[in-house]
Ligand binder design. Sequence first.
Ligand code: SF4
Length: 386
Amino acid sequence: MQKPKTYFIHTFGCQSNKSDSERIAGDYQARGYTEAESWQSCDELIVNTCAIRQRAEDRARGFMYNVVTHFSELGLKRPKIILTGCMTHYGNTKLYEMMPQVDEILPINEVGFNSAAIRKDKKHAWVPISTGCNSFCTFCIVPYSRGREQSRSFDEIMNEVKDLVWRGFTEITLLGMNVNSWGLEKVGIGFRKLMMERESFTRSDLPDNQSQYLKPKETPPFVKLLQAISAFEEIKMIRFMTSNPWDFHDELIEEIGRNKKIDRYVHLPVQSGSNDVLYRMNRGYTRERYVEIVKKLRAVDSEIVIGTDIIVGFPGETEEEFQETVKLAEEVSWLIGFVAMYSPRPGTASWRIYPDDIPHKVKKQRWDLLDELINKRNLSTRPIVV
Ligand code: SF4
């Protein structure tokens, strides 16, 4: 009998990529492949890439270079290398040019929800509820790499949850680029068309993020989904990521307050404490609105802790604008802050309309300061001001 072919998946990046890899594994196993112990011993190597920052891309390229070198030094036939993930936004021609080691490209949207996930964890499961993103923050590559936002149907999600309950899972993390907008009615915009058609445009030509969906007239669909999943007695913990401030409805805050199965840690990316920078980023909220959400969350349960993402050195970020973020850090006392130095991603709006004009040295100083303030001095133990 012929030995079954083997695959190995090397994943870079966020939880969405890890969740996609679980489904890629499902697809391979459905086709009769078995998982190899390492990339050194597989027939097909799937590299699931991240493009959020230049460093993430460099790591994927470095990894593939090491794989090819390893096999050529040993004089062995190397595995077939299949690239997927966020770097696919470059398009096939450019990718084959950039990485001649790649044998095949698997478009990220073809991973989809169709394959059953192969999970290593027996207690906790990632469950994607949407793919893509409609928000177009100017710095972000996701809407180009993952395409338009598509909500998975309620029935499909619930069937997967029922199956997880049956298998003994007790913790679920719902995944999406903007989970709060799950199931909302789209307004529809021509952002991508505008990006493609125009040689040049300015920030004021871009539609605002908060205009992407009709405001829900009744309980937001995402809240109903949380309630339906919580109804399973066997499910003890529900987490979700990522939430964005512009769709963080009051009913969601109330639900978090009363539904103790929802994790008390809320991840709420702010990106900047300056309204002018937020506008340039097209984030669809103000510093004041962010603080209002934080206050409301803490009012429904004082145990709630908040984490965030921040970009320093965004184009044009003045010292005063940066200090607004520092002040916000002191005001909010985040439990944790994932601070990143801005790196222009080819193809994004910010890459097209703003020069990357903050010197690396300044970005690094700002990064150090915020990291120290939020993560090292553990502000979260201080009295909460807001
Ligand atoms: S909400 Fe903004 S930052 Fe998040 S994935 Fe969409 S475009 Fe990117």
